[in-house]
Each structure stands twice: as structure tokens, then as C-alpha cells.
Design a protein around this ligand. Structure first.
Ligand code: IMP
Ligand code: MG
Length: 177
């Protein structure tokens, strides 16, 4: 019901039960693919924290978890735009099966940069798991191995995603006004 939506949120795009089901499916896929291994999940702060927390509780393989934080400084002309790591890994990814966990792939700039940075540190394997994909605004080709939902070109919040640090706590993904 629209009257129950928080101020500033126009509509629900993905409801809580659909998120829960899709996250379970992704966890199932990852568990199958990584059976017998112990992948290093690298989650991007802050947006991926809710997705990560739900995902790991449905995995059937042991994992190690670390976090990175990236800041983008607009669109650059060089490869992968102008992105910087403002909080780096505390785990050495060399020789590890790394899975990057992110909230949403929009232009692809930040993920492109992170993937190139991680690849230079010689992981045994490197895959990407993203909850949402907004292909309309893509500038860098990014291969997403585990994808939750493809969404239209709208600004979304909730389930970890924010708009000016608001709405991260919403249990659904909604479209802002
Ligand atoms: P990209 O580098 O353009 O792919 O942007 C990636 C980051 O921008 C995501 O990890 C989000 O933190 C943020 N972002 C992009 N689109 C949205 C949105 O619709 N809502 C909230 N955050 C977004
Ligand atoms: Mg992000």
C-alpha cells in the first residue's frame, strides 16, 4: 500500500519475499560451484552489507569475508574511470577463490576498477556476484557471474542501498521519487 511507504519512496520495485527467494537461489548456485573450497567474499561497502549478510547465511560452503570501499570521482576517460580504493582488503587474495559481492552494477566503473585491481594480485579465481544490474547506464563491460535482478534505469534504495545515506534499512528495494 502506497500509504505505508516511507516519505520519498515512490514504489516498491522488489518486495522482501522476492529478494529472499532470489538470494537463496544465488547462495545455492555459489554453494554448488564452490563445493569443497573456501572462497574469499569481498564485499563493497557500504551498499552490499545487507545482501552479503543474507547471502552468507544460505551458503553451504565455508567462506572468509573481507570488505573494500571504493570512491568514484566522476567519469574518467582512462580505463575503468576515476575510482579509488578508500578502504582496502585486509586479506591477501593471492591464490584465493575470490567472489566480489556488490549491491548494484550501474555504469560499471567501480566494479571494473575493483576487478582489475584484484586481478593484479593473482587470485586463483575471480567472480562477481551482484544483487542488481542496471544495464541502461553501463559504460564498462563487467561480467556478472551471479546476478539477482536486472532492473530498469531508475534510482533505487533499500536492502542496503541508499540515497544520501537514507533508506538503507528498508527491507525491500524501492524507487525514489
Ligand atoms: P557504478 O560504478 O556506476 O557501477 O556504480 C556503482 C555504485 O553506485 C553502486 O555500488 C552503488 O553504490 C551506487 N549506485 C548506482 N546506482 C544506484 C541506485 O540506483 N541506488 C543506489 N545506489 C546506486
Ligand atoms: Mg556500491
Amino acid at each position: 500500500m502506497p500509504s505505508e511507504l516511507p516519505e520519498g519512496v515512490a514504489e516498491v520495485l522488489i518486495q522482501e519475499s522476492d529478494l529472499a527467494q532470489r538470494v537463496r537461489e544465488l547462495a545455492e548456485e555459489i554453494s554448488r560451484d564452490y563445493a569443497g573450497r573456501r572462497p574469499l567474499l569481498v564485499a563493497c561497502l557500504k551498499g552490499a552489507f545487507v545482501f552479503l549478510a543474507d547471502l552468507v547465511r544460505h551458503l553451504r560452503v565455508p567462506v572468509e569475508i573481507d570488505f573494500v570501499r571504493l570512491a568514484s570521482y566522476g567519469s574518467g576517460t582512462e580505463s575503468c574511470g576515476r575510482v579509488a580504493i578508500t578502504k582496502d582488503l585486509e586479506t591477501d587474495p593471492q591464490g584465493r577463490d575470490v567472489i566480489v559481492v556488490d549491491d548494484i552494477v550501474d555504469t560499471g566503473e567501480t566494479l571494473c576498477y575493483l576487478i582489475h585491481t584484484l586481478r593484479a594480485r593473482s587470485p586463483a579465481s575471480l567472480r562477481v556476484c551482484a544483487l542488481l544490474d542496471k544495464p541502461a547506464r553501463r559504460r564498462r563491460a563487467v561480467r556478472v557471474d551471479y546476478l539477482g535482478f536486472t532492473i530498469p534505469d531508475r534510482f533505487v534504495v533499500g536492502y542496503g542501498l541508499d540515497c544520501g545515506e537514507k533508506y538503507r534499512e528498508l527491507p525491500f528495494v524501492g524507487i525514489v521519487k
